[in-house]
Design a protein around this ligand. Sequence first.
Ligand code: R5P
Length: 325
Amino acid sequence: MDNRTAGVAIYCGSATPALAAAVAGHLGLTLGGRELTRFPDGEVRVQLEQSVRGRDIYIIQSTCAPVNEHLMELLILIDAFHRASAGRITAIIPYYGYARQEKKTTGREPITAKLVANLIAEAGAHRVVAVDLHSAAIQGFFDIGMDHLTAVPLIAEYLRATFDLTNTVVVAPDTGGAKLADSYAFMLNLPLVVMHKRRASPHDVEVRAVVGSVIGKRPIIVDDIIATGGTIRACAHALVEAGALPEVIVAATHPVFSPPVADYLNDPLISSVIVTDTIPIPAALRLPKVQELSVAPLLAEAITRLHTDRSISEYLRAHRERRPV
Ligand code: R5P
């Protein structure tokens, strides 16, 4: 431990223990001890193993599947630290689940992203850190401190170092993803193509239009999440039908990977899939074409800056630079 981390303690729930250990390792720390078990009826039971009075606590927990279990673990951990008189509690949520219902698109719908933000604040968190939220507007759902990190520079750097990006275009799979895709296009200095998709149901994706020239180009589809994989598969097929090369690269921050993603990832038009470790990938889906990058250094840097009251946006800005391919 050095001055940058004196008083810091890192804890995790059961969602992302390997990522949490890697973050602690980057900071020269080990994870704080806590018992995290279940009562016989399934209720979450937490017991902190050391005093945390006055400490600067960081709880690393993605709200990935099983989403409700991981969300309750996070809330109950926050409550435990709150009641144990921690000095400051920061929930580091690499993947913020329940984000896809962030507005009402029709009548009689909930806004789960806001509900979860309320629950986290009510449990006693002072600050939240998340990576590539489904919608940046979710930041405004928090009346406590909120820092929105991005893995785009990490993934863009990997793409630049790994592939010959001449004759390549960046593709947003839908109009909602255009801003994220524009960040990639800016950093990689590549043209941007936007697709128009319509979703009849969570499993049924239809591409209606491809806006931009893809003939003879290699597409990189970029997105915040890959869930069932229906979007990337439908987009890959539509791009190749529109004249793109049949070797589609896909880059997304969060490998949500819900069924039938294995079938879609195996689609021969998809040559590479780049994701991060905000969500652990099950062994069966660790395919040779799937490359996982780690956000641990990013989270460790954020913790150091939060603890020492230094700017996070300056760090993010410095990494969002445009470089020729
Ligand atoms: C949509 O708005 C998201 O950004 C993703 O494109 C979508 O949620 C991916 O879902 P799936 O992989 O199930 O098509």
